[in-house]
Write a protein that binds this ligand. Sequence first.
Ligand code: NAD
Length: 435
Amino acid sequence: MMELGKLSTREFSDYLRECGVRRFFLAWDEAERRVVTSHPALQPLADLFSADRRDFDRHEGLFVQYAPRSSTLQSVAIHRTSRGQGAGGTRYWGYDSTEEFLRDGLRLSRGMTLKNALAGIWWGGGKGVIAREGDAASEDHEHRRRVYEEYGEFITSLRGAYVTAEDVGTTVEDMAVIFTKTRFTTCIPEQVGGSGNPSAPTALGVVRGMEAALRFREMGTLAGKQVIVQGLGHVGLPMIAYLLDRGVQRIIGSDIDGHRVAVANERFAGRNVDLRRAAPDDTSVLAEEADVLAPCAVGGVLTPETIPRIKARIVCGAANNLLLDPRRDGEIIFREGITFLPDFLVNRMGIVTCANEQYGYADPDPAIERHLGESWSNSIYRLCLAVLERARDEKRATSDVALEMAVERSEETHPIWGDRSRRILQSLIHGDWAG
Ligand code: NAD
């Protein structure tokens, strides 16, 4: 029997076409206590997630479409909507298998639930993933436009249960294309009233996390410290600038993309930076001598193999889902005596900046600034200190404490809209959305 999860995203798209399936969903069925799907032929795929429940954490829905004009597989995972519509960016990335593609959306959407809840914003957790076939650099403009037009139509079909934003592999220009097909997007260009690229505020928020960790460890300020930044992308670059402004003595950085390394070297020429190109499986930068390690590339970099090699006493980065296995690796990093601030605790500024953009903006904007300051008890700085102190007092891993806090808050119900998003999802699941 064909193992659907092992098919490449292209093979799986062909399979869907052969079966005449344009759209399908996977959803948690509380009565049956398993993951069910809209199409019986796809039940073996759903069973994968019932067998290994780590990623399918009672998600309210995982929606997938085969987009015929761009021949891409597109998905939206919605984890929990108690606090509001699922909100989170769309990732455009290549995957080795269909199972990997689906699991990434599930993990990332859960991360958004946690992040949004800790940030105190009234949004639930969702994430979009589009499977990129081939190399992004050689992709033609027309193809890309088709991808995002079809993705916009897909989001419209979800009736507002999910509101998208920019993420790895997508740009503000892509969001503008999505915006031509759906109102349910953020991060649209500033010229049309959007908030644009949210990455610089994200970087600043993570820096505030580092400052909280340094204070907690009585290591002073960032001035004179050495920091490793893995990933020289939209977040990594402004982060280096903020760090240098704060007097960081030396930065070590890496990226797999030679062009990005060249751009970074040009921008920071004359400063004490060592920025290099690394192979995708080269994790040596994580083990460099430093005070703070900031992984800002991809998730899953903190593993039983990498953690024992880390010399930095603080790990605080932007990349989502840093721990490969949150429970296991959170414990390992705790036992190693490393002060770890989970990504969903410190990388909130992207979503904070864009999620409420339809409410307008002030300059400076207190609704944004308070997250970066020290007077609000739920600011990044203050919440990090609270998590670190509680973890110390209870002798627990910070990842464990932050997770517990986030889950509790994620179950609070939106003060105005109650369970409306869940109702929308139920109407999709029990209606004719999947045909
Ligand atoms: P980006 O795509 O602009 O940058 C990521 C960079 O990492 C790229 O230059 C890529 O080449 C590089 N990279 C990939 N694999 C690598 C590896 N193994 N070693 C070294 N470099 C590698 O993305 P971004 O917007 O800068 O986001 C970075 C991370 O932060 C992502 O995980 C993203 O999900 C997360 N994040 C971003 C935001 C935001 O506002 N942009 C908000 C929250 C979380």
